[in-house]
Ligand binder design. Sequence first.
Ligand code: AMP
Length: 541
Amino acid sequence: MNPSRRLLLKHLAFRASEISPLDGLVSAPPDGECFIAWPEVADRAKRLASALVELGVQPGNRVATLAFNDHRHIDAYLAVPCLGATLHPINVRWNLDEMASVLEHTRDRIVFVDASLMDRAIALADRCPWIEHLVRMGPAETGDGPSTVRANLSITDHDELLASSPAITEWPDLDEHEIMAMCSTSGTTGVPKTVAYTHRTTCLQTMALGLTDCMRLSGRDTVLAIVPMFHALGWCFPYACGMLGARLVLPHRDLGPNRILDLMVNHEVTTSVAVPTVWNAVLAALDANPGRWNLDRVDRIVSGGAAPTATMIRRFRDEHGVEVIHSWGMTEINPVGTMSPAATTREEAALDPNDQLRHQQVAGRPLPGLKLEIEDEDGQQTPHDGTSTGRLLVSGWWVAQTYAFNHPDGDRFRSDGRLDTGDVASIDDRGRMAIRDRAKDMIKSGGEWISSLALERAIGDFPEVATCAVIARPDDRWGERPIAVVSLAPAASLDLATLQTRLAQAFERWQCPDDLILVDSIPLTSTGKIDKKTLRRQFPS
Ligand code: AMP
C-alpha cells in the first residue's frame, strides 16, 4: 500500500499546524504557563525525535513516560510513535511494585519523568536495571529525596535536549499495524494488564472522536484535557485536538476543582473530559462559591470511566447550562467505546428535555466501527429490550485481540474477535447500552483501579489475620473506596491504624482500605471461595 494511504499518526496528529497555525496548546506546569502554537508543537516533536535517535532509540523500542498532562509530555506523545518507537505512559499513581511489574515486560531503556517525580523514577530505576536514561521534564526540584543515583543511569533535561537537537527532516513511513503505544490498567490478580495500540487503531479512534454525534468536537473548541495522559492514551484527546486544530489546555498535576474552574474560565474552555468524581467535586466547588465562576462558555463535558449519577447530569444542565456527555470505554479498546449526548437522532431531538436526560444517563451507542452485544450465562444473545441484562461483549476496529504480554485475564479475548468486557449491561431497541454492574471485583476509586486481591494477599500475610476480603464501599467523593473485612486468628487483635501503616510499605495511601471490619467468619461460596456478593450485602455502606 502506498504510504500516503496508510493510517499513520503522522498523517493526522500534525494537521492543526497546517489548518490553524495561530492556534495551539496552553500548558500549565509549575514552572510557568505557556502557549505553544501548533507549528511549534510539530517542530518540537521533530527535534525530540532526533534527540531520541541520538539516545539510541530504534524502531520498535519502548520509551516510557512518568508524567502529567503538559507540553513536554505532548512532545513525547508525538515524537515517540511517529518515529516508529512505542510510547509507554506509566500510571504515576501506582506503587513501585506495580510500575516495576509492568516494566519487567516492557523493558523501557528511557523514561521521560516529570521533575516532581524524579525521586520516584530514581527508585524505579534501582528496581529496573535496564533503565539507562531519565529525561527530566521541567526544572530540577530541590528536595531531600534520594541523593544517590546508581551508576549507568544518566539524567538529561528535556528542554536542553530539545534546544540542542535539530529537527528531523521527515517522519518515517511505517506500517499502519506497527505498535505505537502501550498502556496498562490494573488487573484483578494485581498484575497490571498491558494493551498495545497500533497506528491504525489509534487513527480510527481519533477520527471517531471527531464525529459530530460523538461529542461535537471541532476546531473551534478549547478542550481542557483533565483525563490523565497516563490513562489509556489520554482517551486520544491530544491527537484529536492536533487533528482538528482545537485548542488544547493541559493542566499538569493540580486537578483540584477550583483550579479546574479557574482554567475553564481563564481560557474560555468549551469542553472537557474527566471521570465523574472530578465532575462531582467541580459541582461541590460551584455550590460552595456561588457566582465565582461563570460557565457560560462551557458547552458540554464528557464524563467517562465510571458511572455518573443522574443528579450530576441534571444539575450541570439545569444550574450551569452544561451538557454532560456520558461515555463508556476501557483500556482494551483504545479506549472510547460509547458516547451519549442528549440527542443524536431526529427522534431523540424531538423528545422533551427530561426524556433526553434519561438517555444521557446510559452509556449510549457504540462509536461507528464498534459492535456491542450482551449474552447470558449460557452464551445466548440477550434481547435488546433495555431491561434484559447480560455480559457485555465488544468487537470492532480498535478492540485489542490480546494483552501485550501473557496475562491470566487474557482468556477474555475470544478467537472470534469479541472481547468479554467483564461488565454487565443492557441494550435497548435503539442500540443504547447501559452498564448495570461490574462482573469483576476491582475497586474503582477516583477513576483509578485498586486491586482487592493484591490487598487481600498483603493483609492475609499479617500473622493476626485468619481470612480477609476487600470489597468496595460506595463513596460520594471517590465513587468507591476499599474496606477490609477480616476474621482474626485466635486471641489476636488488629486495628485500622496498624493495618494502614503496614500496608503503606507496599501500597500508596489512596490504595489502602478506609475501614477495617472484624467478623467471626467470612462467608464462602460452594466452591470454597470468598463470597463477596454476600459480604457486599452485609456491608452495603
Ligand atoms: P479502564 O480500562 O481502567 O478504563 O476500566 C474500564 C472499566 O471501567 C470498564 O470495563 C467498566 O467497568 C468501567 N467503566 C468505564 N466507563 C464506565 C461508565 N461510563 N459507567 C460504568 N462503568 C464504566
